[in-house]
Write a protein that binds this ligand. Structure first.
Ligand SMILES: [Zn+2]
Length: 336
């Protein structure tokens, strides 16, 4: 693990979760009260967090400079110093993207080897943005490389849509998380909590389609139809548009949220474009995260899988009139 920067162990080196946000996100300070830490994306993170620190912001922060996405960062030593000056919980390398190459699987070994040496020299966490096929098709190699890395790893999964919907990705992530010491899932969705349930240390959860996974310019992100807000529905453990949710209500089933964000109000109200659903989504995800993270370590897998199975069973219920079928990731977890 990285050496503590302030004489303590990193908060994100133990089972924990953070929100993955831009450094100027309007809810950043408030959001930190619901999570163990905040992950700040982009090269300006340290500068912006330093400004907040001067105003008394004390939350644990990780900095994802997004070097793997081609973002221009200062030389690596300077990037480390910037993170340190902004009170980083631990230091993250700029990161590299590893494209899929079925004809040259050793390309994975070479890049991981380089990053591992750099991370060990700088006492940092290596950041690997990988085409999800390395996870779905070459997991043995990935496990071998990361289990022996000698430094913590933060993985970013790259795919045009949900990487954990790809066949084999969920079960392989389960295995990877159980074998690799100190794994972080960076820039992910709630599936990162599954990784934590099975042994990863940190889930960094994004709230928009562009921060719930990484999509390269050539991957052609799928544009989802509709324009109403997308929000996380705790009972179904998935994201839905307010317009879809309103449809369930019209069919005779109202979706009420009993968490402090909504105090029993219907989620269909987010059809009103003037209402921001982000605070609700954060509460819903934090409720799920707390359940997993606060469980005894030996109970985490069962707690997580029980939640997934219970949620999956709510789909297609005649008495509910909600969505017909769970999406691939939820099915993946429920039957893993
Ligand atoms: Zn709510």
């Amino acid at each position: 693990m990285t050496m503590p920067l302030t004489g303590r162990s990193p908060v994100t080196g133990m089972p924990s979760f953070s929100w993955y946000l831009s450094p100027t996100h309007k809810l950043l300070v408030k959001a930190a009260s619901l999570s163990d830490a905040v992950t700040v994306g982009g090269p300006n993170g340290p500068v912006e967090i330093c400004k907040l620190r001067q105003r008394g912001f004390e939350a644990s922060v990780l900095f994802d400079g997004q070097g793997y996405a081609g973002k221009e960062l200062p030389p690596v030593g300077t990037w480390m110093a910037l993170q340190r000056s902004a009170g980083a919980d631990r230091l993250l390398l700029p990161g590299v993207f590893i494209p899929w190459n079925k004809d040259d699987p050793a390309s994975l070994d070479r890049v991981v080897g380089e990053q591992q040496r750099l991370a060990s020299d700088l006492d940092a966490t290596m950041v690997l943005a990988i085409d999800v096929r390395w996870l779905s098709k070459r997991v043995e190699r990935l496990v071998d490389l990361l289990a022996d890395a000698g430094c913590p790893t933060a993985l970013v999964l790259a795919e045009r849509a949900d990487p954990l919907a790809v066949g084999g990705a969920v079960s392989n992530l389960r295995w990877l998380a159980s074998r690799v010491h100190g794994l972080t899932l960076l820039r992910s969705d709630h599936g990162a909590l599954g990784a934590v349930a099975f042994g990863a240390v940190h889930a960094s959860i994004g709230l928009t389609t562009s921060t719930r996974h990484f999509t390269t310019a050539t991957m052609k992100a799928r544009r989802l139809p509709g324009s109403s807000a997308r929000l996380f529905v705790r009972l179904l453990l998935d994201w839905f548009r307010a317009s879809e949710i309103a449809g369930w209500t019209a069919a005779g089933s109202s979706i009420l949220c009993q968490l402090p964000c909504c105090e029993g109000a219907s989620l269909a109200r987010f059809l009103d474009e003037d209402l921001d659903a982000t605070w609700h989504t954060m509460h819903a995800l934090a409720d799920f995260a707390d359940l997993v993270i606060n469980a005894d370590p030996g109970d985490r897998p069962v707690e997580f899988l029980n939640e997934c199975r219970t949620a999956a069973a709510r789909y297609g219920l005649a008495s509910f009139n909600g969505p017909e079928n769970p999406k691939a990731q939820l099915t993946g977890w429920a039957f893993s």
